[in-house]
Design a protein around this ligand. Structure first.
Ligand SMILES: N[C@@H](CCC(=O)N[C@@H](CS)C(=O)NCC(=O)O)C(=O)O
Length: 233
């Protein structure tokens, strides 16, 4: 059996982790099915078998892999059809895209999404979420969160991608590949939390719609939170 341990909100159907979405998109790309095992931030005992504390964790017939990029590599090795990363230089380029998306897209989105994550997580997770994120950020959630500033940084960060996607339907060319899913997972994080700092009529918006539609055509509608933003605490 193939099981994907992934982060959920108080509503177990609300899956909003960017890294877990990468893996969902990658497995859908390869035509694989899986059982979802939604876990909350503090359900660490459910993934203790993986020897670490973060999701996604893929358990696949006796093999356990964690970390989205490591899971892409595993999937390519175990299921060579429709490669995600390829080998050699191609895999290294995907690592570069992963690092770039981390800095150019993740940080801006985090500024937008922190108050939304706060709203959707189980109240029992809130203390852990606050203390772990404040320690990592070196400041309070309220000091870091800045939805308007995050939107501006996001637009600046994706400007080169917007130009790239005006010339071709996917980051990887005429068909989606691993780099598309590395980035699309980040955008799904925002989308599932009811935010969309890109416009439908942008090249990035059209690209995102193509990826989301392909996923929903085989796996059904993606749950999206309807959040009224007032305060983060
Ligand atoms: N580099 C890892 C990052 C994984 C990660 O940060 N996962 C987050 C979910 S978005 C997590 O498990 N957070 C739980 C926690 O912070 O305790 C990957 O690409 O999978």
């Amino acid at each position: 059996m193939r099981e994907l341990f992934e982060l959920c909100g108080a509503d177990r159907e609300l899956l909003f982790s960017p890294y877990c979405w990468r893996v969902r998109l990658a497995m859908a790309h390869k035509g694989l099915d899986w059982q979802s095992r939604p876990i909350r931030f503090t359900d660490k005992e459910l993934i203790a078998f993986s020897g670490q504390k973060l999701v996604p964790v893929l358990s696949d017939g006796g093999e356990t892999v964690h970390d989205s990029l490591a899971i892409f590599t595993y999937l390519d090795r175990r299921y060579p059809q429709r490669p995600l990363l390829g080998e050699g230089l191609a895999a290294e380029r995907a690592r570069l895209v992963e690092r770039l998306s981390f800095h150019m897209v993740r940080i801006p989105l985090l500024k937008i999404l922190i108050p939304r994550v706060w709203q959707v997580i189980d109240p029992a997770d809130r203390e852990y979420f606050r203390s772990s994120r404040e320690q990592a950020l070196g400041m309070s959630l309220e000091a870091f969160a800045d939805p308007q500033g995050g939107e501006r940084l996001f637009r600046e960060g994706v400007a080169p991608l917007e130009m790239w996607l005006r010339d071709q339907p996917f980051l990887e060319g005429q068909a989606p590949g691993g780099c598309d899913y590395l980035l699309a997972g980040m955008l799904l994080w925002a989308w599932c939390l009811g935010a969309q700092p890109w416009t439908d009529d942008s090249a990035l918006g059209a690209w995102f719609a193509r990826i989301l539609q392909a996923y929903e055509a085989t796996h059904g509608p993606v749950k999206r939170a309807m959040i009224e933003m007032e305060q983060s605490r």
